[in-house]
Design a protein around this ligand. Structure first.
Ligand code: GLY
Length: 441
């Protein structure tokens, strides 16, 4: 038996909690959340609501409950150094130390690491701490992406042709970023199809989970503002319909080289999740960014398919013996669609914006899995709390069936809600395939 501390309160942590509880080791789950997720609470022996920056409170909760190891869900506690702090109290974690979490928290660290160790995958890029040379570099590229060097909750990346149009605007964005951040990173804009490859690592061995495609735009046909992710899908063959086997191998190979480089650079083994956001271009697989955690929604596509005991995976990550474990996933397709309040992602003065915190009813859902995100369970029922509410996951032998299962379950959720009906459907997937064919020439 093991006492496991899970930090985090979203749908990603709900599916992680489920994976922990499923273990044959019969673990006890202890959850530290910044707001109460009723589904995680129902799986936990004990819950503490607190702040992810209150490292003393987290340590106290962990020591009081004789925690054997911790699993960290979101990036904020990693950025705050929760792994280092627990380590000082003798509690190991699945999650990198603050220094290694720079893989996600510092875009310049990661770009420069790939460059220094000659790891393929970087686009043309430069890091600037002042405006000196910015204009010259931007003018040397066709189109650019500019981003600050730090955590911005997914809202910091500005893409030409999307968030702005001209190079003059790009320069202006760089100037503004430098007013608030120490560095700005300018990347060449890449054209292609994106995939998420969530890898688990003990610092020496890196194992890929099935690739997933996320959908960040709020509305059907990839229209509207970027969100935390409206849904995602994965295929039964553990590839994606627009990918080749070499693309998956390339993403894994880059990640293995990055894990090796991190050790050479810091003398520390990276223990946790290395989630690469990759894009397949005409010149092969390129790295957009790494996250130091599972993806949300992508964790809901991968963890329910896990055949290997999740607690065994955690233990081998901590012990540095991941090479001794065969990590297997069911050969099933998955489609995850987020149910969101109608007002999610809309400007505050929009008529639908008021429907962000209203009551929802979940009727009998049989075939799909539901993972709670931002919901509040009150005496009179379940309420949404402004952000993504419930991740609905269909799992089946193929994408078509998985998508149908997810859609049927969504129709059982009543209230002022919205979702993207196009995610995982044939026409959308076909568009990705056609796009990639065009790119590959
Ligand atoms: N799927 C986007 C993220 O987890 O950051």
């Amino acid at each position: 038996m093991a006492n496991v501390l899970l930090i985090g309160n979203g749908a990603r942590e709900h599916v992680m909690a489920e994976a922990i509880i499923r273990s044959k080791h019969n673990p006890q789950l202890f959850s530290y959340m910044k707001s109460n997720n009723p589904a995680i609470a129902s799986l936990s022996s004990s819950v503490k609501i607190g702040d992810y920056s209150d490292l003393d409170d987290i340590n106290q909760f962990a020591t009081d409950n004789k925690i054997d190891f911790a699993v960290i869900g979101p990036e904020d506690p990693l950025n705050n150094g929760v792994v280092d702090s627990l380590q000082k109290a003798g509690i190991p974690s699945v999650g990198p130390t603050q220094r290694l979490a720079r893989l996600e928290t510092s875009k310049s660290f990661t770009r420069n690491l790939l460059h220094k160790y000659a790891i393929p995958g970087n686009p043309r890029y430069k890091v600037f701490s002042s405006m000196d040379g910015v204009e010259e570099f931007i003018n040397a590229l066709d189109e650019v992406v500019v981003k600050p060097d730090g955590l911005t909750g997914g809202k910091g990346v500005m893409v030409q042709g999307d968030h702005f149009q001209t190079k003059t605007e790009a320069l202006e964005h760089c100037r503004k970023i430098l007013e608030e951040h120490s560095c700005v990173i300018v990347d060449e804009k890449l054209e292609g199809e994106e995939f998420s490859l969530q890898c688990i690592s003990d610092g020496k061995t890196v194992v890929a989970t099935p690739p997933v495609q996320d959908h960040k735009r709020r509305f059907v046909d990839d229209k509207g503002p970027n969100t935390g992710g409206m849904g995602s899908y994965s295929s039964e063959d553990h590839s994606l319909p627009f990918m080749t086997a070499e693309d998956v191998t390339e993403g894994l190979s880059i990640t293995q080289q990055v894990a090796d480089a991190i050790y050479k650079e810091t003398g520390e083994y990276y223990k946790g999740v290395m989630y690469g956001g990759f894009i397949i271009t005409k010149d092969g697989v390129k790295l957009l960014e790494y996250n130091a955690r599972f993806g949300d929604p992508e964790a809901m596509n991968t963890l329910p398919l896990l055949k290997t005991d999740f607690v065994d995976i955690c233990k081998t990550i901590i012990d540095g013996t991941l090479n001794t474990l065969t990590v297997e996933f069911e050969k099933k397709a998955t489609v995850c669609k987020y149910i969101v309040p109608k007002g999610y992602g809309l400007p505050k003065d929009h008529p639908d914006a008021k429907s962000t915190s209203e009551k929802i009813e979940v009727e009998n859902v049989k075939d799909a899995k539901l993972y709670y995100a931002s919901v509040d369970k009150r005496d009179d029922g379940l309420y949404m709390t402004t952000s993504r509410a419930i991740g609905v996951v269909g799992i089946a032998d193929n994408l078509e069936k998985a998508e149908q299962i997810a859609e049927k379950a969504i129709s059982a959720v009543k209230g002022p809600v919205d979702h993207r009906p196009d995610i995982g459907t044939k026409p959308l997937v076909q568009r990705r395939i056609d796009h990639m064919k065009k790119i590959r020439g």
